[in-house]
Unconditional design. Structure first.
Length: 329
C-alpha cells in the first residue's frame, strides 16, 4: 500500500486502505469513461463555452489531466491572465511590503506538513512557488493582503496546475470574484455566509438548527474551516477537487450545497448530541468515513439532497444576515 497519495499527502495511520481500494477500483471506471467524454468535448482545442452540457460534465467530474485548463477557462482566470501578460512577474519584481512578506514566511512551514512536495527537502520544493504566489497576490489585492487559509488554497491550486502564474490567477478568481469577502481583514463575507448556512439549516434541517440554538453553539465554531479552507483538510482530496470543479463553474452556492448535504445526511447522528462539546465533536465526525470518500456518489447527493437552492435565495439571505451582523457591530 502506498503511504503517500498521488498529490503528495501522507496517509494517516488509521487510513482504511481496504474500503479506499474498493471505492477507487469503481471510481477508476468512472474516471476513464469521463476522460473519453472530455477529450471528445475538447477535441484538442483548449476552449469551451459555458453550456448545460458543460455544466453537467463538470458536475460529473473533470479528469485530472484537464482540470487546470477547465478551471482556468470557466473561472475567468484564463481571460484575465491573457489580458495582463507579464503582470504576475512584475508583481514579484516590484517593491515588497515587509509585514506581508513576514506573515507569509511564518506560515510556510505550517502549510501541509503532511505533504511531501511541500517539505524543504523536496525537489522541487513547492514552498518556494507557494511563497511567490502568496506574495504576488498580497501585492495585487492590497485590501486582502494575506490571511490564514489562503496558503492552503494556493497550495492546492499549485498541486493541480503545477504552474505558478495559473495558480495566482485562480486564487484571484476565487478570492476576488467567487467567494464574497471571505479573506478581508474583518471577514464580513465569511461571517455572513456562516449565518446564511444557519438560516438554510433552519429551513431544510430544522431539528439540527434547534439543537444548535438550544445548546448555544454558534455556527462559526463548527463550520468556519469549511468555508475558509473550502473543505481542504476537512474532506478527502478527491472529494475536495470535485467540489472545486463545481465551485469554479457555479460559484459559492456549492459550498452551501456541500455543507447542507453533510448535515442532512447525518441528521440522526448529530441529534444524538446532548451537550456543547458533543455537538462540536459530531461535526468533526460527519466529515469522515465512506460517505465523503465516495466522491462520485457524494457529488450526486449535493445536487439532490438539499433540494432547490437558488442564487437569489442565497443573495437575499446574505443581505439580511449582513445587515444583522453590521448592526451588532
Amino acid at each position: 500500500f502506498c503511504r503517500v497519495d498521488p498529490y503528495g499527502f501522507e496517509r494517516p495511520e488509521d487510513f482504511d486502505y481496504a474500503s479506499y481500494e474498493a471505492f477507487f477500483s469503481r471510481y477508476l471506471v468512472v474516471l476513464t469513461r469521463r476522460a473519453i467524454k472530455w477529450s471528445k468535448l475538447l477535441k484538442g482545442n483548449n476552449s469551451i463555452q459555458k453550456s448545460l452540457k458543460v455544466k453537467r460534465y463538470i458536475r460529473k467530474g473533470i479528469p485530472n489531466e484537464h482540470r487546470a485548463l477547465i478551471w482556468m477557462i470557466v473561472s475567468g482566470a484564463q481571460a484575465n491572465m491573457e489580458q495582463n501578460p507579464g503582470y504576475y512577474h512584475r508583481l514579484l519584481e516590484g517593491e515588497k511590503n515587509d509585514k506581508l512578506v513576514e506573515a507569509i514566511k511564518t506560515d510556510m512551514n505550517r502549510t501541509f506538513p503532511d505533504n511531501v512536495k511541500f517539505r524543504k527537502t523536496a525537489d522541487p520544493c513547492l514552498q518556494h512557488v507557494l511563497y511567490n504566489v502568496l506574495v504576488a497576490y498580497g501585492h495585487h489585492n492590497k485590501a486582502v493582503g494575506y490571511c490564514q487559509g489562503m496558503n492552503f488554497i494556493a497550495g492546492y491550486l499549485i498541486l493541480i496546475t503545477k504552474n505558478e502564474e495559473e495558480s495566482f490567477w485562480l486564487l484571484d478568481a476565487l478570492i476576488g470574484r467567487i467567494l464574497p469577502d471571505y479573506y478581508s481583514p474583518v471577514m464580513l463575507g465569511l461571517k455572513t455566509d456562516q449565518e446564511v448556512l444557519g438560516e438554510l439549516v433552519k429551513m431544510k434541517v430544522p431539528a439540527v438548527a434547534e439543537l444548535m440554538e438550544r445548546h448555544g453553539v454558534m455556527w462559526t465554531l463548527v463550520v468556519s474551516r469549511w468555508f475558509i479552507c473550502l473543505f481542504i483538510d476537512i474532506l478527502p482530496v478527491e472529494t475536495v477537487l470535485r467540489i472545486w470543479d463545481c465551485l469554479f463553474y457555479e460559484g459559492s452556492k456549492i459550498i452551501f450545497r456541500v455543507a447542507l448535504t453533510l448535515i442532512k445526511q447525518h441528521q440522526a447522528f448529530i441529534l444524538e448530541a446532548t451537550n456543547f462539546p458533543d455537538i462540536c465533536d459530531k461535526f468533526k465526525q460527519i466529515t469522515k468515513g465512506t460517505f465523503v470518500t465516495e466522491c462520485h456518489s457524494f457529488m450526486q447527493k449535493i445536487f439532490t439532497d438539499p433540494g432547490t437552492l437558488s442564487m437569489a435565495t442565497i443573495n437575499k439571505l446574505r443581505e439580511t444576515c449582513r445587515e444583522k451582523l453590521l448592526s451588532q457591530g
